[in-house]
Design a protein around this ligand. Structure first.
Ligand SMILES: Nc1nc2c(c(=O)[nH]1)N[C@H]1C(S)=C(S)[C@@H](COP(=O)(O)OP(=O)(O)OC[C@H]3O[C@@H](n4cnc5c(=O)[nH]c(N)nc54)[C@H](O)[C@@H]3O)O[C@H]1N2
Ligand SMILES: Nc1nc2c(c(=O)[nH]1)N[C@H]1C(S)=C(S)[C@@H](COP(=O)(O)OP(=O)(O)OC[C@H]3O[C@@H](n4cnc5c(=O)[nH]c(N)nc54)[C@H](O)[C@@H]3O)O[C@H]1N2
Ligand code: SF4
Ligand SMILES: [Mo]
Length: 745
């Protein structure tokens, strides 16, 4: 007789944490539905959720380790795989030193409960070449909030209190499609519409009339990479028109007059042409924002992965602080997660720039260097050159800037081990691939995302039964850590005991229970391993916790498990003082890093800019590069198109449905043209994550819908200097009809 049941799981494919009800028969997922009883998502899901079923059953997803041989890929046992990795890494380290092994992790790691095992692995590695994945998308925000509020990431990041705001200013984000980032909220389209429905205003600033813009009260085009000037012009207006009010931040700010002086030069009338936005609009937005009962300014990739990412991110929080909206209900608030990870890592004031990367001198941030330095650290000979890499769930040859150069770098490595479950454009260069279980087959807790959630919630995901799966990711990471700690034969559980003791000791440093000790924690959580034990500890010691029995009505993992739909812990609460963690104890409004970077912005403003720039675009039915092998998510018309405005199409002789050649300093691609009024003249847009043309990859569905790889065009040398983040949006390009188009015209 078959066993049919419902498994409740949080969708792992974006930051929204929607609750899923998975109908499971024996070991087969028969259906995926939104869970109507999830208190946060209330049944909402997007099409990507169905991908969980297809991914789970994808025959091309690896269940066992594979080794690359001259004759192709061969399955090997786990013992063989670990032995090969141990011997290769030990020999590189013995011959070339610790820094010769690099490590880099990708987006899905954020959603995996093994998230906390990546820093453990990095510590065991002890290399300076741990590349910071945040430098792909969040580093400017991390540096800026670290300097202003003190970090550590993601604790010091204010998120819009979207359910109570009266005015939401979105600069360079498209939550209607991305479903929010650094702003965890299921049903983004519904929540955005609700702002307008309750009489509030939604204003979107974006070079593309996006799906979010179409829900908004107002949308304004802005010339890419000019947001810092726009936001500083808002700040200028607040000072000039005496609209500055500090609210909860009163008495808690340093550097107010420095900001006032520094923004003198950013009068709306002076930045209007640069930003391609009328000064009257900029002034009106500043006034309306200041007058709103509660308002929040929010920026995401459009303000991060661009030339002035740190300055623009600074502008976002200056606008919030100076209008009294930081820490105000309906403004930008600090969530309070049930299992705060702060205690696990030293909560010292934010540190960065203590040393620089070897080749181009990029600043480290909390011990990691920007991922934009990856290729040069592999390709440039000398002491400390990276010769081996550990990749954790990432496809950098499609997701990082300048793919061609990275490809040369990866092809030249002595040894590459990838923790991944597909043979794709990057992992095809691996010597050994170590798969981990399907996300549906692992229990899960979203450690990071509940730090960024627009409501305080907690939920545990149960696994779907699966007997022939790969191990859970934490087990693989624990074994790799064991190898690097000189304990290659210890089991994942044995390594985990060592790791857990360290975590418990660190967590006690910030505990509210002075009589709680490591022995008690270890004894009370006996018999449990992996993320489960860590969540339970953090939850019980956390702000809602039971203190291991000291507050009996408090939370423990058992109670959360008994509520399979999740538990709502209420709306966000003001908590600025307890979050502030700068050396001065104040919000640092004018960090020297930002003041120093203004010269670069000034220089750019003085230049005449002409020519086309390329920006990115996200798609509802994909998550970055890895969901294109799932048939339900790739069917339908071609989505990897070059969008261009009718004005530019006419000027550049581009034909809708024809092909265009796009060329940057580092590369060139040919893509189908889509002409649309939604794009601002002077700007073209291509989505990322495509280019599934590698012969050695094992992605037959994706290969039938390859698309082109936009990161052939993005330039590793163009970066936000303050944070070392590569520019993914705002790449200078030329666009022309592809040659054979002209010939046949
Ligand atoms: N031009 C341009 N480039 C961009 C962006 C852009 O907007 N424009 N966006 C950037 C952003 S924001 C990000 S975050 C990055 C993302 O880029 P990456 O971090 O590289 O993420 P993905 O492309 O999704 O690749 C994920 C990899 O993990 C594997 N994987 C997925 N899930 C699991 C799992 O559960 N277990 C295991 N073992 N493996 C798994 C997949 O097979 C794949 O190899 O891309 C960036 N690149
Ligand atoms: N469906 C789907 N959801 C996703 C992902 C996905 O691949 N697919 N990826 C996930 C990831 S990893 C992340 S980090 C988030 C990202 O979440 P978002 O940041 O919300 O997503 P984007 O679509 O990259 O939005 C960036 C917006 O900035 C605009 N833009 C480009 N350049 C500029 C500029 O110079 N100034 C301004 N003001 N705007 C500019 C773009 O037109 C775009 O609308 O999405 C996550 N969610
Ligand atoms: S919005 Fe879609 S991809 Fe994101 S968590 Fe919800 S169902 Fe999953
Ligand atoms: Mo991202």
């Amino acid at each position: 007789m078959s066993d049919r049941r419902t498994v409740h799981h949080v969708c792992p494919f974006c930051e929204a944490t929607c609750g899923l009800s998975l109908e499971v028969e024996d070991e087969t997922i028969v259906s995926v539905r939104g869970d109507p009883h999830d208190p946060f998502s209330r049944g909402f899901i997007c099409p990507k959720a169905y991908g969980l079923k297809e991914l789970h059953h994808d025959p091309e997803r690896l269940r066992r380790p594979v080794r690359r041989t001259a004759g192709g890929w061969t399955e090997i046992t786990w013992d063989e795989a670990y032995a090969e990795v141990a011997s290769a890494l030990t020999s590189v380290r013995a011959r070339h030193g610790k820094d010769a092994i690099g490590m880099y992790s990708g987006n899905p790691m954020v959603h995996d409960p093994a998230f906390l095992y990546a820093p453990v692995l990095a510590r065991a590695l002890g290399s300076r070449n741990v590349f910071n994945p945040a430098a792909i998308d969040t580093l400017p925000k991390e540096v800026q909030t670290g300097l202003m509020f003190g970090g550590p990431f993601p604790v010091g990041i204010p998120v819009p209190d979207i359910d109570r705001t009266h005015y939401l200013l979105i600069v360079g984000a498209n939550p209607a499609i991305s479903h929010g980032s650094l702003m965890t909220m299921p049903n983004a389209p519904g929540r955005l519409k609700d702002v307008v429905k309750r009489g509030g205003k939604l204003v979107v600033i974006d070079p593309r009339r996006t799906e979010t813009a179409k829900l908004a009260s107002e949308h304004h085009f802005i010339r890419p990479r000019t947001d810092a000037a726009f936001l500083l012009a808002l700040v200028h207006t607040l000072f000039e028109e005496k609209l500055v009010r500090l609210g909860a931040a009163d008495g808690l700010v340093a550097g107010l007059d420095i900001v006032e002086t520094a923004t003198h030069e950013f009068a709306p009338e002076r930045v209007a042409e640069f930003c391609a936005m009328p000064a009257t609009v900029i002034r009106r937005i500043a006034r309306e924002f200041a007058a709103a009962e509660a308002a929040a300014c929010y920026g995401r990739l459009g303000t991060c992965v661009q030339e002035f990412g740190t300055l623009a991110s600074w502008g976002v929080d200056l606008v919030n602080v100076l209008t009294g909206n930081t820490d105000r209900p309906g403004g930008a608030m600090f969530p309070m997660p049930a299992a705060p990870i702060t205690g696990l890592f030293k909560a010292s004031p934010f540190a960065f720039g203590r040393w620089k990367s070897r080749v181009s001198g990029q600043p480290e941030v909390r011990g990691r260097i920007p991922s934009s330095t990856m290729a040069e650290e592999m390709l440039t000979p000398g002491e400390g050159q990276v010769r081996a890499m550990i990749l954790l769930m990432t496809n950098p040859l499609r997701s990082a800037a300048n793919s061609r150069q990275l490809e040369a770098a990866f092809a030249g490595l002595t040894f590459l081990v990838a923790v991944d479950f597909y043979i794709n454009e990057t992992t095809r260069f691996a010597h050994v691939i170590l798969p981990t279980a399907s996300p549906a087959a692992q229990p899960n807790y979203e450690f990071g995302l509940y730090h960024l959630s627009v409501r305080n919630v907690v939920k545990w995901s149960s696994p779907v039964p699966a007997s022939a799966e790969a191990p859970e990711a934490w087990q693989v990471l624990a074994r790799l850590s064991g190898i690097l700690m000189g304990m290659p034969h210890r089991s994942a559980e044995e390594i985990d005991d060592v790791v857990f003791r360290q975590f418990a000791t660190s967590a006690l440093g910030t505990s509210a229970w002075p009589d709680l000790g490591v022995h008690e924690i270890i004894a009370k959580l006996d018999g449990v391993h992996g993320p489960e034990r860590i969540v339970d500890m953090l939850m019980r010691m956390g702000p809602y916790g039971d203190g291991f029995g000291r507050r009996p009505d408090g939370l423990a993992l058992d109670r959360v498990r008994q509520a399979p739909h999740g538990i709502d812990l209420g709306p966000l609460q003001p908590r600025l003082q307890e979050v502030l963690n700068t050396a001065s104890g104040m919000i640092e409004l004018a960090p020297p890093t930002m003041m120093g970077d203004l010269a670069r912005l000034r220089a750019r403003m003085a230049e005449q800019t002409s020519g086309m720039v390329l920006i990115g675009r996200r798609d509802l039915r994909a998550s970055n590069s890895f969901m294109h092998n799932l048939p339900a998510l790739v069917k339908g018309p071609e989505r990897c198109t070059l969008q261009v405005s009718p004005h530019d199409a006419a000027r550049l002789r581009l034909r809708a449905g024809g092909l265009a050649r796009v060329t940057s300093r580092v590369g060139s691609v040919v893509a189908p043209v889509e002409v649309t009024e939604d794009l601002m003249p002077g700007v073209v847009s291509l989505p990322h994550g495509w280019g599934h043309d590698a012969e050695e990859a094992r992605l037959s569905v994706a290969r039938a819908h390859p698309g082109v790889n936009t990161n052939v065009l993005t330039d590793d040398r163009a970066y936000d200097e303050a944070s070392g983040t590569a520019v993914l949006f705002g790449t200078a390009v030329t666009v022309e009809p592809a040659r054979f188009e002209v010939d046949s015209a």
